[in-house]
Design a protein around this ligand. Structure first.
Ligand SMILES: Cc1ncc(COP(=O)(O)O)c(C=O)c1O
Length: 407
């Protein structure tokens, strides 16, 4: 072979990446964008993102941070003053005492969750994930080579898993339990009593830890937010995850955090030190200002989310075949759409899943939503209600008209 000949071998990607699914919410948003690029007027209700701008006082803090020279690497678990402010937040909002050594600030709650899963789960460990679940949980467990045990809540119980159902699913191999409350995608919120019963079960199984994802804490329409870590018998085995993306409309800033016993926090810090070092210095200063400003800006946004939830529930009442529990928090509705399975589109395609229905709605009504398969609930579709009232009204009128075409 000549010395300058180039040899080509087929590209081999790792089994790890080949086994991983692309985020379905991002995939649906891509399809919607492609249609929009063709000039179609698409209403996208697929993304889990506030449609509000970050409050001005937080933006101002970021500009000031730049001017003051916050441009260097930060400590891996975050600036000490931010970690202290997060402790103060836990004390104020959740009556939970933590020291800065218990807190790790990350690149979004997503990294906080991944740090914890990768720090706690060994190959073959079982991770009980309450379903419907947030899309990334299962992929994170896969990355850690754990085995996901999906525990499905019933529609009758607002999709919430009960303590009894949890007890029955725990085995000697169970290492971790994961859930979100308020829940993405269902909007369900665990009450203090429900969490108390779950805490009693967890207390009986000392090898089990719990990853409690409270990223939607502030977007709660029922009032009280309860945390599993508030139950003293299990506090040391609960890792509470929260962040700034939803409550402060700061998705692009990428700041989230977890609180855990110091050994787990140290493990997450070690994981993070090798992957991202820390999140952005300027975003951390902005997050500090967000916390110092309290939660009044969040309260204003929550009033809008509640109004939109009520509007959408009113609109879906007119759509036959959608069974929709009333969400208590977050900004989604998650109807069961099995009533449409077996029906045919005008071009003769049979709707046999929520994925088929979501695709039909995108192509016919030009409304993008995410089918529940991505959340472990293949009979449902998730619609984000984080959109302007007129858009929501228009979207559900279009959907209603399109669905009448199914025979
Ligand atoms: C339940 C849940 N957890 C975590 C996240 C990740 O949030 P962040 O933007 O802080 O990474 C999301 C974002 O959609 C979410 O819905």
């Amino acid at each position: 072979m000549p010395a300058d000949a180039t040899t080509f071998a087929p590209l081999v990607l790792s089994d790890r990446i080949n086994a991983m699914q692309e985020s379905q919410t991002i995939a649906m948003a891509k399809k919607a964008r492609a249609l929009a690029a063709e000039g179609v007027d698409v209403i996208s209700l697929s993304f889990g993102e506030p449609d509000f701008q970050t409050p001005q006082y937080i933006k101002d803090a970021a500009k000031k941070a730049l001017d003051e020279g916050y441009t260097f690497y930060t400590p891996v678990p975050g600036y000490p003053e931010l970690r202290q402010a997060i402790c103060d937040k836990f004390e104020r909002d959740n009556q939970l005492s933590y020291a800065p050594e218990n807190i790790v600030v990350s690149t979004g709650a997503k990294q906080a969750l991944a740090n914890a899963v990768l720090s706690l789960v060994n190959p073959g460990d079982e991770v009980i994930v309450f379903a419907p679940y947030w899309v990334s949980y299962e992929e994170m467990v896969k990355l850690a080579e754990g085995t996901t045990i999906t525990l499905m809540g019933t529609l009758e119980n607002d999709f919430k898993v009960t303590a009894q159902e949890l007890e029955a699913a725990i085995t000697p191999r169970t290492r971790l339990i994961m859930y979100s409350s308020p829940c993405n995608p269902t909007g369900s919120v665990f009450s203090r009593a429900e969490l108390g019963a779950i805490a009693e079960v967890v207390a009986r199984h000392p090898q089990v830890h719990v990853l409690a994802d409270e990223i939607y804490e502030y977007i709660n329409f029922v009032g009280e937010h309860a945390s599993l870590a508030q139950f003293a018998a299990v506090k040391d085995r609960v890792i509470t995850v929260n962040g700034f993306s939803k409550g402060y409309a700061m998705t692009g800033w990428r700041v989230g955090y977890l609180a855990a016993r110091k050994e787990i926090a140290a493990a997450c810090e070690k994981m993070q030190s090798q992957i991202t070092s820390a999140t952005c210095s300027i975003a951390q200063r902005a997050a500090l200002a967000a916390l110092q400003g309290g939660r009044s800006s969040a309260d204003e946004m929550v009033a809008a989310y509640r109004r939109r939830r009520d509007l959408v529930l009113e609109l879906v009442k007119d759509i036959p075949g959608f069974r929709t529990p009333t969400p208590s928090g977050a900004f989604y509705i998650f109807p069961d759409v099995t009533g449409y399975f077996g029906k045919a589109t005008p071009t003769g395609e049979v709707i046999s899943s929520a994925a088929d229905l979501a695709l039909f709605m995108l192509n016919d009504a030009h409304v993008a939503a995410v089918d529940g398969g991505a959340f472990g609930a293949p009979n449902c579709i998730r619609f984000s209600t984080a959109a302007a009232d007129e858009k929501l009204r228009e979207a559900f009128i279009r959907i209603k008209n399109s669905l009448t075409k199914l025979q």
